[in-house]
Design a protein around this ligand. Structure first.
Ligand SMILES: *[C@@H]1O[C@H](CO)[C@@H](O)[C@H](O)[C@H]1NC(C)=O
Ligand SMILES: *[C@@H]1O[C@H](CO)[C@@H](O)[C@H](O)[C@H]1NC(C)=O
Ligand SMILES: *[C@@H]1O[C@H](CO)[C@@H](O)[C@H](O)[C@H]1NC(C)=O
Ligand SMILES: *[C@@H]1O[C@H](CO)[C@@H](O)[C@H](O)[C@H]1NC(C)=O
Ligand SMILES: *[C@@H]1O[C@H](CO)[C@@H](O)[C@H](O)[C@H]1NC(C)=O
Ligand SMILES: *[C@H]1O[C@@H](CO)[C@H](O)[C@@H](O)[C@@H]1NC(C)=O
Length: 411
């Protein structure tokens, strides 16, 4: 199909029937998002000094110091301070990053912000106009998003979700049309949903090569060992989920390390699928096979960690936007940090996996740490997360882009 016709078909769907994609929901249109944004009461940014805070520097927690917020950013200039807060020796960590989520409403974003999750990577978007409206709003979590993912012909995700024919990679389909469409329409990165029947290795390789030639990056959904290995062979930038149906081959793990590929294992969604929410299994990757176990999930993440593969904290949270499953926004990211410590990370490593590491992997150089010049995305904690990672839930204040959020989630 010609690209132009392709675009008009997609646009017709966006404007007409409110097509939805990864989600079985009526995706909100831009005007719904804009109306919700208009109703928000956003305080003005004031130049603020936070005194007596002990700052997490990525490794340790330092002596009490003063951090100054000026507009959206942290500054080292202490002139004209309008407001001073006593941090009372509490602990300041960078705003958290959820490397895999599905927020489609302002209410969902508010929930993320309330938990100190100040940046998210949305893993699909069926209505780019609505997604663009969510991206960058004062006092609210920033959103980066992919658009329409490429899928295999008959995998669980293709059957489960309403997809457009242009997204389905039959043998011989050239993925460049879909990749080009994404980046021409405001996508921040491209996503491939790998199932055992496709996309093929060649389509993976072509997608990654073409995306890189555009200066962009690609992520893959791969919850089975076969699509995972295919994604690794293509040198895709980041792989979402982790196989639960087999142990990863050591050569696959070694190759990830060698080629500097990152993983967002989303342990939390498997933990839920294997304990209290079995319905998630289907939504995650079609039906689980007889070989699928939670032990495989944990063993595979541990193998990546022990091999030194870059691991990012991500949740696959969908909030209350799906009718058949509730996976809360925000709280799940804190639980993912606990999960990462359970597989062997130190608390500091887990915190890096939700701050500076995803910022770097996803090419954001304005966040992920606390220092002058970076965004003032900050979370003030009552208790020390290096002593017990669960203490990241002990939140007392959140700033996003320098604006304090009024309704933080109580511990
Ligand atoms: C989407 O991309 C196509 C080309 O792939 C382009 O023709 C079209 O104008 C774009 N649409 C928008 C809304 O940017
Ligand atoms: C999963 O299995 C159920 C019945 O056990 C079936 O109704 C459903 O269609 C299957 N889902 C997929 C994606 O194959
Ligand atoms: C389960 O694993 C065994 C051994 O690796 C393999 O032979 C078999 O095909 C797998 N079964 C399924 C349903 O994946
Ligand atoms: C936001 O959080 C509230 C309170 O936990 C919950 O009731 C609501 O469903 C959440 N909204 C979304 C979109 O997930
Ligand atoms: C960490 O805190 C949680 C929540 O309070 C508690 O359940 C857990 O036992 C604590 N872990 C350790 C190692 O103290
Ligand atoms: C992708 O294709 C497979 C199979 O042909 C090759 O083994 C890989 O080397 C190739 N990957 C890249 C990055 O070229």
């Amino acid at each position: 199909m010609q690209l132009s016709r392709f675009a008009s078909v997609l646009l017709a769907l966006f404007h007409g029937s409110r097509a939805c994609l990864h989600d079985h929901v009526r995706a909100p249109q831009r005007r719904d998002v804009e109306e919700a944004l208009r109703k928000r009461d956003v305080p003005a940014a004031v130049k603020t000094a936070i005194k007596n805070v002990r700052v997490f520097d990525g490794y340790t927690i330092g002596e009490p110091q003063t951090i100054i917020i000026d507009g959206e950013y942290i500054t080292d200039c202490d002139e004209n301070i309008q407001h001073t807060i006593d941090g009372g020796n509490r602990i300041l960590i960078p705003g958290l990053i959820d490397a895999h989520s599905h927020v489609i409403t302002v209410e969902g974003l508010e929930n993320m912000t309330a938990y100190g999750v100040t940046t998210i990577f949305n893993m699909a978007c069926s209505d780019i106009e609505a997604c663009l409206a969510l991206k960058s709003n004062p006092g609210l979590t920033s959103v980066f998003t992919s658009l329409l993912p490429a899928l295999g012909p008959s995998g669980g995700n293709t059957k489960l979700n309403p997809v457009l024919p242009e997204q389905v990679m039959h043998p011989g389909t050239d993925p460049k049309a879909l990749v080009g469409y994404s980046f021409n329409n405001g996508s921040d990165y491209f996503k491939v949903v790998g199932e055992s029947d496709g996309p093929t290795q060649d389509q993976y390789n072509e997608t990654v090569k073409y995306t890189h030639s555009l200066g962009q990056f690609t992520v893959a959904h791969a919850a089975g060992a076969t699509p995972y290995a295919r994604a690794v062979k293509s040198h895709i930038d980041v792989i979402q989920h982790i196989p639960d149906d087999a142990l990863l081959c050591s050569s696959t793990v070694r190759s990830m390390k060698k080629h500097n590929l990152a993983a967002t294992p989303t342990i939390e969604i498997f933990r839920r699928a294997y304990t209290t929410q079995p319905e998630i299994g289907q939504f995650l990757r079609g039906n689980t096979t007889s070989n699928s176990t939670y032990e495989n999930v944990l063993a595979n993440v541990r193998s990546l960690y022990e091999a030194g593969v870059t691991i990012l904290a991500g949740t696959d949270a969908v909030g209350s936007t799906l009718p058949f499953v509730y996976i809360p926004f925000g709280d799940t990211l804190h639980q993912e940090l606990v999960n990462l410590v359970d597989i062997g990370m130190t608390p500091a490593e887990a915190l890096r996996a939700a701050t500076i590491v995803p910022a770097t992997v996803h090419r954001l150089n304005d966040r992920g740490a606390i220092r002058p010049g970076l965004r003032a995305d900050l979370v003030l904690l009552n208790s020390d997360p290096l002593v017990n990672i669960s203490n990241t839930r002990d939140i007392t204040k959140v700033w996003v882009g320098g604006i304090e959020y009024a309704n933080v989630a109580k511990p």
